[in-house]
Design a protein around this ligand. Structure first.
Ligand code: GLY
Length: 377
């Protein structure tokens, strides 16, 4: 499926990445990074419920798989153990249990059959299943925090599609379909209520938590209600592909294709992905993480399809990765960040910085093009 010339580029890029990561991992061995400050990783160990805290461990498992070097594995194990504090804190848990425990405990269990890791994964899955609203057939996204007036018990978000594989895994692991039923019901709700006619997706949809009816959508981390937050489009592509892989429900494959087609037709000529496809023309903020996540979804989608669609999605995924590698990667091994110009949310005060999940999905996308991926989802 992949041309020899492309193979060469993939392995050269992976070599650059692993060469750099060997030094970065030594420097950040006892941290759980989210971003960098002047090229140095921060440490979210003191904010243990932060939603991105699984990605550093996930990177370490991927690098362990790729290189066989034991120190990557021990760093991943350290993150997994630190996350136990979060697992015991009910209000510190939300729908992001998948992002936290699939790349850590479940990855560990898949590698080593460690019973403690399996236990962590199942506890996280049980808690995620407990967020299900049976009337609306959706998983509640976030909690209400004391300083907020809004009640978010009816809020579901597109990102949650990436957390569903924790439920599919739990069902398989304990031979009980309940978890997968919840995941599948949530995915059907999202296909029906988030995905617009043109293939774009809303970030947040609010349902009435009592009767389950749709109330409205919200712009969330994108520019505005009705706009197209690019990372959300990426979560949509990859998330629906993953639900298809676990269920073989054709609706999920068709939905992934629909969002993918929308995404591809909106990629700017320079290949650099804005924060929102509908942001005002004079706003140039980018989100490289959206490109990396979409690329993972596109490559995985290509693997499921025959020509000419296979080539269409693979080429689009590869092009996004090459643009990132040529223009948005920091290859200086003395600095900890890899992917530059990632943006958490359009309306935040700060834009365009490094984010650990940008780095994670960039690495994962490259590995998908080899036989070396540790499939976490
Ligand atoms: N899951 C939150 C985000 O994508 O920023």
């Amino acid at each position: 499926m992949i041309h020899v010339k492309e193979q060469q580029w993939i392995w050269e890029t992976l070599e650059k990445l692993t060469g750099k990561m060997e030094q970065v991992a030594q420097r950040s061995a006892h941290k759980i990074p989210y971003t960098t400050v002047q090229g140095v990783h921060d440490d979210r160990t003191g904010m243990i419920s932060w939603w991105t805290n699984g990605f550093w461990g996930g990177m370490m498992w991927q690098l362990y798989q790729l290189t066989g070097k034991e120190f990557y594995r021990s760093i991943a194990e350290e993150v997994e153990e630190k996350l136990d504090k979060n697992l015991l804190d009910y209000l510190g848990l939300d729908h992001d249990n998948g992002f936290k425990w699939l790349p850590t405990a479940v990855a560990d269990y898949r590698f080593t059959q460690n019973p403690a890791s399996k236990n962590r994964g199942l506890l996280a899955a049980g808690n995620l299943a407990g967020r299900y609203n049976a009337k609306g057939r959706f998983i509640r996204a976030w909690n209400d925090w004391p300083h907020e007036v809004e009640n978010k018990s009816g809020w579901a978000i597109i990102d949650c599609m990436m957390n569903l594989p924790l439920l599919y895994w739990a069902s398989e692991e304990i031979k009980d379909p309940r978890f997968a039923q919840i995941a599948s019901a949530h995915a059907e709700t999202v296909a029906k209520n988030f995905v617009r006619e043109d293939g774009s997706v809303a970030h947040i949809v609010e349902f009435d938590p009592e009767n389950g009816g749709k109330v409205r959508s919200h712009g969330g981390q994108g520019y505005a209600d009705g706009s197209s937050w690019t990372r959300g489009q990426g979560w949509g592509i990859y998330g629906f592909v993953l639900s298809y892989l676990h269920t073989k429900n054709e609706l999920f494959l068709q939905t992934a294709k629909k969002i993918a087609d929308y995404f591809i037709s909106n990629i700017p000529d320079n290949g650099l992905i804005p924060v929102d496809f509908h942001q005002p023309g004079d706003v140039k903020w980018e989100d490289s993480s959206a490109a990396a996540i979409a690329s993972c979804g596109l490559i995985e989608l290509a693997k499921l399809l025959d020509e000419p669609l296979q080539k269409k999605y693979l080429d689009a995924g590869l092009k996004l990765l090459k643009t990132l590698s040529d223009h948005r990667c920091n290859w200086n091994a003395d600095e900890d960040d890899i992917l530059l110009k990632c943006t958490a949310a359009y309306h935040d005060e700060e834009h365009e910085f490094s984010m650990i999940y940008g780095d994670y999905f960039f690495l994962e996308a490259l590995l998908k093009l080899t036989e070396k991926e540790r499939f976490l989802w």
